[in-house]
Design a protein around this ligand. Structure first.
Ligand SMILES: C[S@@+](CC[C@H](N)C(=O)[O-])C[C@H]1O[C@@H](n2cnc3c(N)ncnc32)[C@H](O)[C@@H]1O
Length: 442
């Protein structure tokens, strides 16, 4: 949720106050609302002594508050009891109630019931998390100057404790921030760009080429090879940056019995990963989040290793990204990643190719310097372009084999795109780097 110090909080569906006590600790004021009088009475009995909480009995869907009267709106297991129409209406009102940069935090059971007890009558909507995105992404208020207020995603993640204790990924929470923009909210957002690039249909085509679970060169073969360089042990914590649909995360967790947290800015990628995790009978030590690696602040010194496959080329400010990764690693922790890179002397055709795809490529030498400047001891920087070339050749074969299922036109389009990438790699303009680095001890 972030810092609550001095904030005005509204807690919807506060119940007996399991969370009220915690969130009221540093808050300026809290409105704790629940429609069950006996629960709100109990909440008051438990937390009334704190002095900064107003206890209200009422229906969250009927609540009216003043414009910009709250800094944080918090709810735990509330929206899953509301209809889509009620959530849409409430989200719209939340946007009005929040001050500038105000935050909405909610946590819901998704996909299926979490508890073991069967119930005769269960009014809960176990939504696919995509449905909450659908509602909150469409919530906006138009301003008289032509601009909009809307919700910008900070993070959507599976709740860590459920993954650690129960290997259950269906408890999902969101944090959204109210922001204003002079133009259409989606026009400049990298998340929308990635979800267009990686549509659900696109992702399934990519998996036909790279192998199930993967959207990067070599699929499982290169993952097995590069994962060994991480040197992880049982119960280590590993972060996969730009994890895509999670093939490497599932592989690492199963093979090394470590915990893997995958982050990716594409909702389609993470939802595909979460859907897979939720469908496993045996569970897996993986958790996922939708967030922007370039801006997200994770807890420092919390991971034993960081892995990333071909995701950094989307991120412009690589020094900042590497600094952030250095911060989350424990001292001595390893970073292993591959990335599309560039070499000196590129042609204007290659420059155009990079621009059209929204890539931001560094050279291997630049990466070497950036890693050292971000506080790493560089273990190795390898040019693996020859390996990229053979991966691309395999992928072109896989495209041809998929003609029956994806159609001749799609095959032709993909082949054209892959052939130009292959040509740039053969020319030595499009290179591929494999990097291993260790966070220096303080
Ligand atoms: C080529 S795919 C690789 C996916 C995965 N690592 C794999 O090997 O299958 C690149 C991934 O980076 C993600 N990505 C791009 N920019 C990102 C950012 N700023 N933060 C988090 N993920 C990002 C994309 O959404 C995409 O899933």
């Amino acid at each position: 949720m972030g810092s609550t110090a001095g904030t005005r909080i509204v807690e919807l569906g506060a119940g007996i106050g399991r969370f009220t006590a915690e969130i009221a600790k540093d808050a300026k004021s809290v409105i704790a609302l629940d429609f069950m009088q006996n629960l709100i009475d109990q909440n008051k009995a438990n937390n009334g002594h704190m002095g900064n909480i107003e206890f209200r009995c009422g229906d969250a869907t009927q609540l009216e508050l003043g414009e910009k009267s709250a800094d944080i709106i918090f709810s735990n297991w509330l929206l899953m009891y509301l209809s889509d129409a009620e959530i849409k209406n409430l989200a719209q009102k939340m946007l009005r109630w929040l001050g500038d940069d105000g935050v909405v935090f909610f946590r819901e059971s998704c996909f299926r019931q979490s508890g073991d007890r069967s119930r005769a009558n269960n009014p809960t909507h176990y939504r696919n998390p995509r449905q909450y995105f659908d509602i909150f992404d469409k919530t906006k208020i138009s301003r008289p100057n032509g601009g909009y207020d809307y919700f910008e995603l900070v993070v959507c993640k599976s709740v860590d404790t459920y993954v650690k204790v129960k290997q259950n990924q269906n408890q999902v929470c969101w944090k959204w921030k109210k922001v204003s923009t002079p133009s259409n909210p989606s026009s400049n957002d990298l998340r929308y760009f990635l979800d267009t690039q990686y549509s659900e249909d696109g992702i399934s085509k990519y998996q036909m080429m790279f192998g199930h679970g993967f959207v990067s060169p070599g699929g499982i073969q290169t993952t097995e090879e590069f994962a060994r360089l991480l040197e992880v042990k049982v119960d280590d914590s590993v972060l996969d940056v730009g994890c895509g649909v999670g093939g490497a995360a599932f592989y690492l967790a199963d093979k090394y019995q470590c915990y893997v947290h995958g982050m990716d800015l594409s909702v389609n990628m993470i939802m595909t990963a979460l859907e897979k995790a939720a469908s496993l009978d045996h569970g897996s030590k993986v958790s996922f989040e939708v967030s922007n690696a370039a801006t997200r602040d994770l807890i420092g010194n919390s991971y034993d290793a960081v892995f990333s496959r071909d995701a950094f080329f989307y991120i412009k400010n690589k020094p900042l990204l590497l600094e952030k990764i250095n911060k989350v690693l424990k001292p001595g922790g390893r970073l292993v990643f591959t990335d599309y890179c560039r070499a000196a002397g590129e042609t204007s055709t290659f420059q155009q190719y990079i621009e059209e795809r929204g890539y931001s490529l560094a050279s291997l030498a630049e990466y070497n310097d950036m890693l050292a400047n971000a506080g790493f001891t560089v273990v190795s920087v390898e040019d693996r372009t020859h390996q990229l070339i053979s991966c691309l050749e395999n992928e072109i074969d896989n495209i041809s084999k998929a003609e029956n299922s994806i159609g001749a036109d799609t095959v032709q389009g993909l082949k054209a795109s892959w052939s130009s990438k292959l040509q740039f790699a053969r020319d030595g303009q499009h290179t591929w780097g494999l990097f291993v680095a260790i966070k220096k001890s303080a």
